[in-house]
Design a protein around this ligand. Structure first.
Ligand code: ZN
Length: 362
């Protein structure tokens, strides 16, 4: 099957020509012939609390398929359903519901955001479920479902040992909801942690004499920083600053909640009642509580800041895939998996393929 495109983002480079897909793989690129639009790798979202009316904290298999379908419509072909801090019984119940059957986009595994977070930087997370690092609790959570990625605060007592335990099991650690100083963050980076969850939000603020985790992450060359680029979580200059410091290692995440793809009104984020107004999600205390951002819109927003489209696409594809250490995802290349999004000239989605197929609603 030919995609009928004018060009494609192939291994991070805009290559003129059409793309041929066969047997779930990209068979050829750079083919001569008429076409329009551009083929890019399917988007990879590392932080999705819910989507299309579904909150993953209370979702069953049918809900996952519904959310999966809604995510596909926004170009996401691989994602991590994200569970935020909650009491153990609620987390284990939610983990048990994570389906192993196909739901449309690839379900990479769960992003557990909490409960080992700093009480001082919980944001919309509920204090009732917060815990200091606890190996036995971690073991019970890991036994309950397919956790592949954990956000934690590195300055907490026992956090570095917990990082080692997670790495030993092949689980990716990201730092977030933290009051870590630059030094405390460095200790975790030296331990092999390679990424930071929603940089700037819910963490010690950057100060020129006390740069904190933000300064430490931006100053290094080997740390991937994730940002929520919805126009509300960060001032545009701050997003641009992050891009200038960390272009090529900046990953877009949506932090989307159930209301994403639904519209304004009342919604839920785990145990929290939230209010969505003019595209901004707030909890009862007025705190930002996730977003209704789509990955497609995040790409457009980064591009609108002046970042070349190829780089904005990388921030939604290969860079998050690298942060989550998933091979063969987030890159379009000859012989690679045909997880592809075709965008038209206005950056609207024309086609979404997972393994070369247009997934149908189950
Ligand atoms: Zn968060």
């Amino acid at each position: 099957m030919r995609l009928g495109v004018e060009a494609a983002v192939v291994e991070g480079v805009l290559l003129p020509g059409d793309v041929e897909v066969a047997d779930g793989r990209v068979a050829a690129v750079g083919l001569a012939g008429p076409g329009s639009g551009v083929a890019v790798p399917g988007f990879v979202d590392l932080q999705v609390n819910g989507f299309g009316g579904v909150d993953f904290a209370s979702a069953d298999a049918a809900d996952y398929r519904r959310a999966g379908q809604a995510l596909l419509e926004t170009g996401v072909t691989a994602f991590q359903p994200t569970l935020i801090t909650a009491p153990e019984a609620e987390l284990t119940a939610a983990l048990a519901e994570v389906p192993s059957d196909p739901i449309g986009p690839r379900l990479l595994g769960v992003h557990l955001e909490g409960p080992f977070l700093a009480g001082s930087h919980l944001g919309a997370h509920q204090a009732a479920g917060r815990r200091d690092p606890d190996q036995e609790l971690l073991e019970r959570l890991l036994a309950a479902g397919p956790i592949r990625y954990v956000t934690l605060a590195p300055e907490l007592p026992g956090a570095l040992d917990l990082i080692d335990a997670l790495h030993a099991r092949g689980i990716v650690v990201s730092l977030g909801h933290t009051g870590a100083t630059a030094h405390e963050a460095e200790l975790a980076f030296e331990r092999g942690v390679g990424t930071v969850t929603h940089l700037f939000n819910a963490m010690r603020p950057f100060h020129h004499r006390d740069p904190g985790i933000v300064g430490a992450a931006l100053a290094r060359e080997d740390v991937i920083v994730q940002i929520i680029l919805d126009g509300h979580h960060l001032h545009p200059d701050v997003a641009l600053l992050a891009w200038r410091a960390a272009g090529g290692r900046l990953a877009l995440v949506t932090d989307a909640i159930a209301a994403a793809g639904v519209g304004d009104g009342r919604s839920r984020l785990s145990r929290l009642d939230v209010d969505v107004r003019d595209g901004v999600v707030r909890g009862p205390a007025g705190e930002l509580a996730g977003s209704v951002l789509t990955m497609l819109q995040a790409v457009r927003n980064l591009h609108e800041l002046g970042v070349p489209l190829v780089d904005a696409v990388a921030a939604a594809t290969s860079v998050p895939a690298r942060a989550a250490r998933v091979p063969d995802v987030g890159v379009l290349r000859e012989g690679g998996r045909a997880d592809v999004v075709v965008l038209d000239d206005r950056l609207e989605i024309r086609t979404v393929l997972v393994s070369g197929e247009e997934p149908v609603a189950a």
